[in-house]
Design a protein. Sequence first.
Length: 344
Amino acid sequence: MKLSVAVLLVLLLSFSGAGTLFAVDQTMATVQVDGRNIVFPDAKPYSVTASVYVPVRIVAENMGIPVIWDVNSKSVRIGEGDTIVTFKPETIMSGNKPFLKDNRVYVDLAFIQDKLGGGVVWNKETMTVSISTKSNVLKGVQLYKQSMVKLTGEKVIYVDPYKVDGEPMDGDIIFITHTHGDHFNINEIQKVAKKDATIVFPTKELDKVTAAGFEKVVGAVPNEEGTVDGISYKAVPAYNTQTSNHSKDKEWVGYIIKVNGASYYMAGDTDLIPEMTDIDADVAFLPMGGTYTMAYEEAAKAANIIHPRIVIPYHYADVVGTRDDAVKFIDLIEPGITSILMKE
């Protein structure tokens, strides 16, 4: 549970009678939720002899479960409706009870399994915690470099493939937001697309992708809806308001894609624009690199206007923008919106 994003946990301590506390950088490898590695902004999980303790907020939010910290009562509320778990953490480590350490609330793996309903496997040999969920809007969602997102479910969907590792060639549908090189590259599309994949592409420049030999190509125009291979989507405006990098007249787009019973907003390269008041999505990916898109302050304003269940910053730390910007972005998100990092 996080009180201040800027607080860093120094894991070079030991608890009396509890064994050795390992430094994360040296011994703890990863924590995964539904096969995706969790990114911890500051405080990290650690191991004390046979037990593993994790920051509950980061883990729960990556499981798609909202977490609220009550400053007045110093208590934690996790979940919604009939599944709410409320507790007040101990001020010191005491058995297997949740405890507060350096402004984070830590729990053991039994808590994740018994209270949050996650399947938990601890592999001591690889120092990996694997958590599985039954229902999670982030299941099958992966963020790669720049603005490349993969959605795996009813279909395999890629958005703006960029510097793809290997050649998975498993994509049923490829969505392209615009034609800048860090979002559109024929070779990158070929790495991820099946032979019969459908490419969804801004209509005004459709010739750039049809000329490459792709047979199944669908044009996208701002504010128009469509369905491809059973997947419904809406193309939405994406443009700059102060510069000509992404001018409105080019009709470049973002997408709201509905898959796995949830909706995902891929904003593309954009500033904070009036049309964002009409965005309705469960999960929002917002650019915050600055220079060519919103900076983190403006991106946070956009998130608070859209008010998705979960917001994830992207388009940083590869071309422009930094990880520190992403952490500052999270600090500015209003209560009621879960904000997480999906990449370092």
